[in-house]
Design a protein around this ligand. Structure first.
Ligand code: HPA
Length: 254
């Protein structure tokens, strides 16, 4: 089953026919909220709002382990993770959707593994050369192509700690490192999904120029983020509909 993790601007899915909600408990504590079970175009999915349904949990306090564990525990084997990002690459202007293919992790102090030193789950070093699931990335790209949704294929996601935004010098450094976009929630989520053997890919929704770039040359305007957010999340909803429609062999016209 498909799991969808929604970020800022996507705390609910208008196109999701909700069947029920379920509070989930995990060995790692509680997820960000109850799991929302439902159907999009007849296909069963589980939705979870990463920051809580009232958007109250900041990126560094999200219980990423509980979120992914709960999804897997309820039958999810594939995850699409939606997250807003700031654009560094010149093509990643606000309003753009992007399917990243690489990650640089700048986060710290987050519970970033299910492996435990108490021997209950002995530490293993997993391959993470290609952090995203190729099959899920392909499915998203195909869905976008079929749905006429503009999407950039590939890019390096710089996962920063937040909750503050970056300085212009930090963005320059992150760009020199090779990142094309910057966001606060990509890690450890992607890696934890790998530990759980979930097929995981992300959709980045560019909502602002990164600090010091483009219209953010003099600072990031929160009003501009809000203005872009609604429009770009509408595109994300179309993309998700198209994705599940593809899987349901065209059961619902979008
Ligand atoms: N920086 C970090 N995270 C973000 C940004 C940004 O500019 N925009 C959206 N999430």
């Amino acid at each position: 089953m498909l799991g969808i993790i929604g970020g800022t601007g996507l705390t609910q899915l208008a196109n999701l026919e909700i069947t029920h909600r379920q509070v989930a408990r995990t060995p790692y504590g509680e997820p960000s909220g109850a799991l929302t079970f439902g159907r999009i175009c007849g296909q069963e999915v589980i939705f979870l709002a990463r920051h809580g349904y009232g958007h109250t949990i900041p990126p560094h306090e999200v219980n990423y382990r509980a979120n992914l564990w709960a999804l897997k525990d309820h039958g999810v084997d594939r995850v699409v993770s939606v997250a807003t990002v700031g654009g560094i690459h010149p093509e990643l202007i606000p309003g753009t959707l992007v399917i990243p293919d690489q990650i640089i992790d700048y986060t710290h102090g987050r519970a970033n593994t299910f492996f435990a030193s108490d021997g209950s789950k002995p530490v293993t070093h997993l391959d993470f050369t290609y952090p995203y699931c190729a099959a899920m990335r392909r499915a998203l790209l195909q869905a976008a192509a079929r749905g006429g949704i503009r999407l950039r294929d590939g890019g390096v996601y710089g996962a920063v700690q937040g909750p503050r935004l970056e300085t212009a010098a930090e963005i320059n450094r992150i760009e020199r490192d090779g990142a094309d976009m910057v966001g606060m929630t990509g890690m450890p989520e992607a890696y934890l999904a790998r530990e759980l053997e979930l097929c995981y890919a992300a959709v980045g929704a560019v909502v602002n120029y990164a600090a010091g770039r483009g219209l953010s040359a003099d600072g990031i305007q929160m009003g501009e983020i809000q203005a872009v957010l609604g429009e770009v999340m509408q595109q994300v909803r179309h993309l998700l509909e198209q994705l599940v429609t593809d899987e349901a062999s065209g059961a619902c016209a979008v």
